[in-house]
Design a protein around this ligand. Structure first.
Ligand SMILES: [Zn+2]
Length: 486
């Protein structure tokens, strides 16, 4: 793992000296340019040294790793409504203060609460067998004592529609295999079975819905996640491990299979929580803001190490790196650790509402919420001119290998600022193994490679610094097309 450090050092230093020579030849070193003449191309030269210093400061990733270790080990799972989440929020606040950050505050957020109770699933016929199950966030409970019904297995909504009324009174299992190839795209294609499966099955009279876990690899653990009810009856819904979903599909192909399902889950009264804010105030335009954000809550299984403890560490260490290096940008960089992302992004909605009068002065918002795989670049949701400039600015991240700019949905927390036209950027880390552990008991600290985590810090801190410091700011994003959905 750590052998990767050597080539990066070499790349940083080789690239740095080449750039230094070019800058000296051009006579531009140390010049911060003028608003009227500066372009992204010129900025790449101006900020090369800062990028190099930020990368060098995060080569081992140890400082960021200490942060995610503290969060994962000391607080464990940080479910919305849990004392662990609220303790972690206080820890993050105190850590920002200890780092010397300014305007550190806790913004109140009113969060809806859903809690997991006793859960079980077992095959009744043809032969008793326990199944690995996790209720989906938002599910209603089963009737007292649970329910027992025959299982109807489908692999798509089209297959469900073909069965139609034949699923009445049954448990529908969505046995949709996680697509091979790009894991992020695979997750996007699979997620409707988790979020909409219950509503679609209920429309044909099903009594419960099970979903094959959305997992790119599996060692028997079910993966939970949020679901949403549409109009119509609400039926209980849960995830099965990939292995158990495949087992049910094989058994059902041989003959009738019945399953007993118990989910004592459900909604509880709303409760108070907080977003954590901290700032590196801008030296010239402190009222203009670049947000860097992640979410501090997690599901109630695993430790939320990748999702999104890693993101919190990346955000905290990005701000700490800039402060330590004396890289105080023209505009303010504001770190935001959002609460309650997993269960409906209430922290993000509340931030956008509470700071509505500032959003016109939000120059950009960054988010990191796809684990700590090596950074590949950024997803961007912004005006074409901003996208074009971002493509040039990320050449500063060539030594990190983070030069991809993909247009599209950039993050569920910052997306609350999309209607205000704030340019959005999501740090895109290699998702190859993220969905192996995502929302499962396996999302634990030892999956995180400190050096890759450090490269994520460098990518985030560099681009956020450049966007906050460069003389020009990006145009407001055009309204999203009507079909624009997360
Ligand atoms: Zn997340």
């Amino acid at each position: 793992m750590f052998s990767a450090i050597v080539p990066i050092v070499a790349l940083v230093s080789r690239r740095g000296s080449r750039l230094m020579a070019a800058l000296l030849a051009a006579g531009t070193l140390g010049c911060h340019g003028h608003a009227t003449t500066t372009t992204a191309t010129a900025d790449v030269a101006i900020y090369a040294t800062a990028a190099q210093r930020i990368a060098a400061a995060n080569l081992t990733g140890e400082a960021a790793y200490r942060r995610v270790a503290a969060l994962a080990d000391q607080f464990g799972p940080r479910m919305t409504g849990s004392p662990a989440l609220e303790r972690a929020i206080v820890w993050a606040h105190d850590a920002f203060v200890a780092d010397g950050q300014q305007n550190v505050s806790l913004d109140p957020v009113h969060v809806p609460i859903w809690q997991r109770g006793k859960e079980s699933a077992e095959i009744v016929t043809p032969a008793p067998r326990r199944l690995a199950v996790l209720g989906l966030g938002g599910t209603v409970e089963t009737p007292p004592g649970g329910l027992t019904a025959e299982v109807a297995v489908v692999s798509s909504f089209d297959e469900l529609a073909k069965l139609g009324g034949a699923v009445r009174g049954k448990i529908v299992l969505f046995n949709h295999p996680f697509p091979a190839g790009n894991a992020g795209a695979g997750y996007g294609k699979s997620v409707p079975y988790r979020t909409e499966g219950a509503t679609r099955a209920a429309a044909f009279g099903a009594v419960a819905a099970l979903v094959r876990s959305l997992a790119s690899a599996s060692l028997g653990a079910p993966h939970t996640g949020q679901m949403h009810y549409g109009p119509g009856p609400k039926i209980p819904t849960a995830a099965l491990s990939v292995e158990d979903a495949a087992l049910l599909a094989r058994l059902a192909a041989r003959g009738p299979v019945t399953v007993h399902l118990v989910l004592e889950d459900g909604s509880r009264p709303d409760a108070p929580s907080f977003n954590v804010l901290a700032e590196l105030p801008g030296r010239e335009l402190p009222d203009e803001i670049v947000v860097i954000g992640a979410h501090i809550d997690s599901w109630d299984v695993g430790e939320g190490a990748q999702d999104d403890g890693a993101g919190c560490a990346i955000v905290m260490e990005s701000l700490a790196t800039l402060r330590r290096l004396g890289l105080v940008p023209r505009r303010t960089i504001r770190a935001v650790l959002f609460t309650s992302e997993e269960e409906g992004a209430q922290g993000a909605k509340t931030y956008a509402e509470a700071h509505a009068n500032e959003l016109a002065r939000h120059v950009a918002a960054f988010e990191t919420d796809i684990g700590a795989g090596t950074p590949l670049g950024f997803r961007i949701d912004a005006a074409p001119a901003a996208v074009a400039e971002a493509r040039e600015l990320v050449t500063l991240l060539t030594p990190l290998g983070a030069t991809v700019i993909d247009e599209g949905f950039s993050g569920s927390d910052i997306n609350a600022m999309r209607p205000a036209g704030v340019p959005l950027l999501g740090l895109f880390s290699d998702p190859t193994h993220y969905f192996d552990v995502h929302h499962s008991v396996a999302d634990t600290l030892e999956k995180i490679d400190p050096a890759a985590l450090g490269r994520n810090v460098a990518a985030m801190a560099t681009l956020a610094y450049v966007v906050a410091d460069r003389p020009t700011r990006w145009p407001v994003s055009p309204p999203p097309p009507p079909e624009h959905k997360p």
